[in-house]
Design a protein around this ligand. Structure first.
Ligand code: NZQ
Ligand code: ZN
Length: 390
């Protein structure tokens, strides 16, 4: 196990009706004038936004709204939001939604006190030293942004989807998590969310770090739980228990707990971010295509952890050698993804002829000549993995 510092200070307030506590939580973290950030309207239609704003008013928090954040959020909305914050003299950002809304709020939070262009943080030209506090009312378990210090934004000029990673500055102060808010999720979004959280665990699980037994077993346990609970939530969208387990799984998958002491990989996420930037696909669906291809490549180049994952998560015991066990694990993973309605090839994702040269060029332009850690991937390797996903 590697040396580490683990700092994950978000207050998670979990359970039915917890959105009514939002106002008092904003006050507790120093908010008096909040911007309420939300997406394309699901929170309006469900009545959630109204309940949250009522709670703010009861707690004496002034607020104004910034709606219309789209999935795979862009820099344009962040600029609009920073301008609004400054005009309204906001001291708090409240995100009501999923990863796209939360990430927009986080980028605004870092951008407001900064005199330069907020994109400097994403381009690696500056590091945010301070940010407005961010609170979350989570409506979809998927990205794990409610517990992460990260924000992922696409710059429209050139379609660069980049992440800002701050271990401390951008972790939300609190996250309100009512599983009943996720009953309205379409099956597709439920499945994309489950795939994303599986991927967040696997980015940590596939490590060359030795002696990571606690992290390995935590990862395997949470993956098994996601595999069990996702079909239940899809067959019965109002299954509170399944929704609750998925919601908490999404958080622990990405708040750092599962990767403590491990070198993490993240190549599959970087490769997917190029796909969602160029083709506008849902992040989880893009991962359902890229991750099995990445695993197939790894079975042939660094089989150790892929074999362990196949045995412990998918129960594969028969097989002539490590590679065939590993590949059977990948086949089980694909069958699971299909069973929840996910695509596992570019064609199934609706991209008949992906421009792989463009994806490879953008990937290495954005992320450097070598990506990932489980095996450092050069252009030849990433091309091969994209081709394995055809
Ligand atoms: O926009 P509305 O109308 O709210 O609809 C949303 C959106 O269309 C809908 N939705 C959300 N909650 C709902 C609901 N529909 C019905 N009922 C509800 N309760 O779901 C759609 C997807 O929302 P989005 O916020 O885009 O989903 P998700 O949480 O998966 O976030 C995806 C974004 O997060 C990034 C992804 O790349 C992508 O841009 N990621 C962020 C990370 C982070 N900050 O740590 C890590 C991840 O790896 C990921 O890259
Ligand atoms: Zn993800």
């Amino acid at each position: 196990m590697k040396d580490f510092t683990f700092y994950s200070p978000t207050e998670f307030v979990f359970g039915r009706g917890t959105e009514h506590q939002t106002g008092s939580l904003v006050r507790a973290y120093g908010g008096t004038r909040a911007i309420v950030v939300y997406g394309g309207g699901s929170a309006v239609r469900s009545g959630l936004l109204g309940r949250v704003e009522e709670s703010l008013a009861e707690a004496g928090v002034e607020y104004c709204e910034l709606g219309g954040v789209q999935p795979n959020p862009t820099d344009a909305k962040v600029y609009e939001g920073i301008d609004l914050c400054r005009r309204a003299k906001a001291d708090f950002l409240l995100a009501v939604g999923g990863g796209s809304v939360i990430d927009t709020a986080k980028a605004m939070a870092a951008g407001v006190p900064y005199s330069g262009d907020f994109w400097d943080f994403f381009a690696g030209r500056a590091v945010p030293g301070e940010a407005l506090p961010v609170g979350v009312v989570l409506t979809i378990p998927a990205a794990g942004s409610e517990g992460s210090g990260n924000s992922v934004i696409t710059k429209l000029d050139g379609l660069h989807k980049l992440s800002l990673r701050t271990p401390k500055v951008l972790r939300p102060a609190f996250a309100v998590m009512d599983p009943a808010l996720t009953f309205t999720l379409p099956a597709w979004q439920t499945a994309c969310g489950a795939t994303d959280m599986m991927a967040h665990i696997m980015e940590r699980y596939f490590t060359n770090t030795e002696a990571t037994s606690v992290a390995d077993r935590m990862c395997e346990g949470v993956m098994l739980s996601i595999i069990e609970e996702t079909p239940k939530a899809m067959h019965n969208p109002d299954d509170y228990g399944a929704r609750a387990n998925l919601m908490w799984a999404g958080t622990v998958a990405h708040n750092g707990t599962c990767g403590v002491g491990c070198e993490e990989d993240w190549a599959s996420h970087f490769m997917e971010h190029e796909v969602s930037a160029v083709y506008g696909v849902t992040h989880g669906a893009g991962l359902a295509v890229i991750f099995p291809a990445w695993l197939t490549y790894m079975a042939g180049h660094n089989v150790r952890k892929v074999e362990q994952w196949a045995r412990r998560v998918w129960g594969v015991w028969a097989g002539a050698d490590a590679m065939s066990v590993a590949l059977e694990g990948v086949a089980c993973f694909k069958r699971f993804l299909h069973s929840i309605g996910m695509p596992v090839t570019f064609g199934e994702l609706g991209i008949a002829n992906p421009d792989i040269s463009l994806l490879v060029d953008k990937l290495h332009e954005d992320k450097g000549e070598l990506v990932g850690n489980y095996i450092r991937l050069d252009r030849k390797a990433t091309r091969e993995i994209y081709e394995l996903a055809l």
